[in-house]
Design a protein around this ligand. Structure first.
Ligand code: UTP
Length: 302
């Protein structure tokens, strides 16, 4: 299976940083966000090729994934073996690139990967959101297999007062991922049959409190629908609009995941929170981070 990582957006919510650094290359601790995404796609999701949809204005992404033998040699000469290995690893990841010449929306970005995905189902992993334990796409693939190769999206519960910020699903719970009993249809592990997708509904119109997180497993039919998809919200070609049309022809399922399973980095606040979460998990960074946090907390209390 192939994985598509759209990374050609303008990153306006992260300006001015994104004037010169693509949002997808911003570091979380010491690694760019998009490297976490690529690694998640490759292992253990069983993906054999990762294609990044890039913008010509963001050549830094392609440079990052190139081997840089000269730099590696310099590091090795200076006794920095571990650092040289990390540089080599980033340059050795099997990624290819296609280009979206104009950022016309997520749906259009996905369509740009059609020459690579061809007539096969594929995964879409947003380039500014990653799952540290890399297990989400694996479970989505299992759900798809269970339902005859249907499209599957990952969704997570969102507080009622926030539904109007997200794409929300309509449908009904048809069971749980591992056969366990659920106390609520919106519990982690619930599997839904999707009947509709509503972009940013008012709270009273929201058909559920489950929002679409950045992971999709889609059948190839979506590419044909995207070819004829008109512009939608924000004047952009929306993936959710084409998925709504896909629902007229094919079944689609949603897997409810824990909202804390994934890490968003699309805004300064989300990125800062993601860095804090990963700093707390990193044994090398954690002590200094906690100490600095403690000092700051004490200052706030004064
Ligand atoms: P976002 O909507 O979060 O990214 O898209 P954006 O458009 O760059 O962000 P803002 O709203 O201007 O701040 C999610 C992912 O889809 C890619 C983005 O690069 C991001 O990784 N994307 C979005 C594209 O590849 N092309 C597009 O036309 C839009």
């Amino acid at each position: 299976m192939k994985a598509v990582i759209p990374a050609a957006g303008l990153g306006t919510r992260f300006l001015p940083a994104t004037k010169s650094t693509p949002k997808e290359l911003l570091p979380v601790i010491n690694k760019p966000v998009i490297q976490y995404v690529v690694e998640e796609a490759l292992e253990p999701s069983g993906v054999d090729e990762v294609v990044i949809v890039n913008s010509r204005e963001k050549p830094q992404i392609e440079s990052y994934f190139k081997v840089d033998g000269g730099f590696e040699d310099t590091l090795r000469r200076r006794g920095k073996q571990q650092e040289a290995d990390a540089v080599r690893e980033a340059g050795s990841l099997p990624v290819s690139f296609v280009y979206q010449d104009d950022p016309r929306g997520l749906g259009h970005a996905v369509l740009c990967a059609k020459p690579v995905t061809q007539d096969e189902p594929f995964l879409v992993l947003l380039g500014d959101y990653f799952v540290p334990d890399r297990a989400m796409c694996v479970r989505m693939k299992e759900v798809s297999e269970r339902y005859g190769g249907a499209s599957v999206i990952a969704v997570a519960p969102v507080p009622a007062d926030q539904v109007s910020r997200y794409g929300i699903i309509a449908g009904e719970c048809v069971g749980s991922f591992d056969g366990s009993r659920l106390s609520s249809d919106e519990d982690e592990g619930a599997v839904w049959k999707v009947t509709g997708l509503v972009e940013k509904p008012a709270v009273e119109d929201a058909p559920s409190h489950l929002f679409i997180v950045g992971r999709y497993l889609l059948t190839p039919r979506i590419m044909e629908l995207l070819q004829t998809q008109g512009v939608g919200a924000g004047g952009e070609i929306q993936l959710t609009d084409a998925m709504q049309r896909l629902l007229d022809e094919e079944d689609m399922y949603a897997l409810v995941v824990d909202p804390d399973e994934g890490c968003d980095t699309g805004t300064p606040a989300a990125w800062a929170a993601t860095n804090a979460r990963l700093a707390l998990r990193d044994p090398e960074v954690r002590p200094a981070f906690l100490e600095a946090l403690g000092e700051q907390a004490l200052k706030q209390l004064k």
